[in-house]
Write a protein that binds this ligand. Sequence first.
Ligand SMILES: [Mn+2]
Length: 300
Amino acid sequence: MARRLVVIGAPSSAGSYAAGQESAPRVLRERGLIDKLRAAGRDVVDDGDGPFQVWKPDREHPRSQNLGQVIASIEAVTRQVGAAIDAGCDALVIGGNCTIALGAVSALSSRFADPGLLYLDRHFDLNTPSTTSDGALDWMGLAHALAVPGSIPELQAALARIPLLTPARLHLLGVDPDATTEGERRAGSDLQLVWRTGDELAQHPVSETQRALARLAPGPIAVHLDVDVLDFTDAPLAEDTGGRNSGPSLDALAEALDTACHDPSVRVLTVGELNPSRSAGEPIVLDRFIRTLAQAFSVV
Ligand SMILES: [Mn+2]
């Protein structure tokens, strides 16, 4: 018997480069996400949204923009995912920025000894305000989870533990080495993180996911998907348009998500950085993505 699935929205672009991702939960619901999940056999409860936050420049804090909003969004995800877990349910969180993954792991960390995180993203997200000048917190999340030097104390303090994760409890799939900063490469090497490239994920979506799950066993495991891991030419969903003609297709990613979400140790999937305006010229890609989620959560 599949566990009940709680759908949670995190409509925020506060940690982004520009507005857009805040509308992802609304757009996916309007295009039938909840009904498609139910049609796949799941008992679904829609728990609604956390705070609605639209990015604007934070000129007072240019290197860590909109920190207070980012923390409030993470805390809302932590509360909502925690309530779902306490009720014996699984959770699907639609972001929002990739920092929502910290909320999911925080919720698990308050309840379980040793949760793991499978992170599907083109980026390491290991930046701090000293390694990138752009001040977008959405690619600083894992640095804060791992307590990389230079992390912002207020953001760390919002998490269940410091560090929230150890390298042994983190597995990254889909990284584009050309999309990493020097500071990220240094942190990743210092911490000896385990990661695979987008090409490896594209070629072996099932076996790479199985290897990650085995490494993070017994869990529980949170899975995070930044849609920028996808080949943007195949599936233009992400805020970041840099992934043209590299990384997995949506069909290949579907195999990875299918494998992950059908593993009983996986309790949460967070989806970040989906900007619906990217697919305005071909909105059917949003329906393909909803079908991918419904298949991943289907009762088999
Ligand atoms: Mn990313």
